[in-house]
Design a protein around this ligand. Structure first.
Ligand code: P6P
Length: 320
């Protein structure tokens, strides 16, 4: 069996430079620590919410803060890290003055599910950034991206630019490769959307969901993007978090830099598609660290149907 360490060593000097090997080792270790912390959180008074709110205006949970600290410590342990950007922090954190990589992360996505023991995750993206100004680059500039999903198993899903690999955490703390080349099936009759927000959907999303239901598609919505994403990696489907048609400027709920971009890179590397309207998520030029975007990604055939709907709308508007 191939371990994460074997994988790193096997790509050292080719797809991975020495600095990235060190960085990925530290990120993997951070996910092990977060996984362990989640398991014992109930005994250590780490459940519930704090009095604090983060830059998103969301109530911070003790585990949000602790996971953020674990990821920051990992960044500090790696000399090549220049900046850290976190969902939990207003601004970028300068790490090492002569660093070259910015690590951008959501330390604990889906944390509203923690007290109900539902899968949550850590999402991370790495770009080259010698200065803070370099951080706002499109998702195409990501060097590596991945997520850890903390569920019945802890899995690490990673792309270093050569497909997608999935590693499962063994009881001895070893990440073992369980999928060498993950692919998202092009078609699958399953969609993930928060149906309670139906009134805010635009016509394209509303039409797609209606057609999907009429065609016998199933629905799943965990309320944890990493969990819904991992299901799509496992059996295909499409995830939609559209912008509110009444507040398009709000951009949607999910954040570009540390949710949409890393997931978009993984999905495209596995043969799926990730769009905002009829534009690829990875081509969006960021305007801010916590910019929110509408997100649609998953099986190519399904996403293409939606993308075609937006393209048709553009043509209709041009013809008017
Ligand atoms: P809603 C979690 O807070 C999150 O950012 C994603 O992980 C998840 O997909 C989404 O929000 C859930 O949003 O509106 O259903 O609570």
């Amino acid at each position: 069996m191939t371990t994460f360490e074997n994988f790193l060593e096997g790509h050292k000097g080719s797809a991975l430079n020495d600095e990235m090997v060190v960085l990925l080792r530290e990120i993997a270790q951070a996910t092990r620590r977060i996984s362990d912390t989640l398991k014992t959180s109930a005994f250590e008074g780490l459940t519930g919410a704090t009095e604090e709110t983060n830059v998103q205006g969301e109530a911070q949970k003790p585990l949000d803060i602790l996971s953020n600290e674990i990821m920051l410590e990992a960044c500090r342990n790696v000399p090549s890290v220049s900046f850290a950007v976190s969902e939990e922090l207003d601004a970028e954190v300068a790490i090492h003055a002569d660093g070259k990589y910015a690590v951008i992360f959501d330390p604990l996505d889906g944390s509203s599910n923690l007290d109900v023991n539902v899968t949550v995750g850590t999402i991370f993206s790495v770009i080259e950034a010698a200065s803070a100004a370099d951080i706002l680059k499109s998702g195409r500039h990501q060097v590596v991206a991945g997520y850890a999903a903390y569920g019945p198993q802890t899995v690490l899903v990673l792309t270093i630019g050569k497909g997608v690999q999935i590693f499962t955490l063994n009881t001895d703390g070893t990440y073992v490769m369980t999928t060498a080349d993950a692919k998202i099936v092009p078609e699958a009759k399953e969609f993930a959307i928060n149906a309670a927000r139906r009134a805010s959907w635009d016509d394209v999303v509303a039409a797609y969901i209606e057609e999907a239901i009429d065609s016998g598609h199933n629905m799943r919505w965990v309320g944890s993007m990493v969990a819904d994403t991992h299901r799509i990696f496992n059996r295909g489907g499409v995830f939609l978090y559209p912008a509110d048609r009444n507040k398009p400027a709000s951009g949607g709920r999910l954040r570009l830099l540390y949710e949409a971009n890393p997931i978009g890179l993984l999905v495209e590397a596995a043969g799926g598609e990730a769009i905002i309207g009829n534009t690829c998520i990875l081509d969006i030029e960021p305007t801010g660290l916590h910019q929110r975007v509408p997100v649609i990604f998953g099986s190519k055939v399904e996403v293409d149907k939606i993308s075609a709907g937006y393209a048709a709308r553009v043509l209709e508007a041009a013809a008017e």
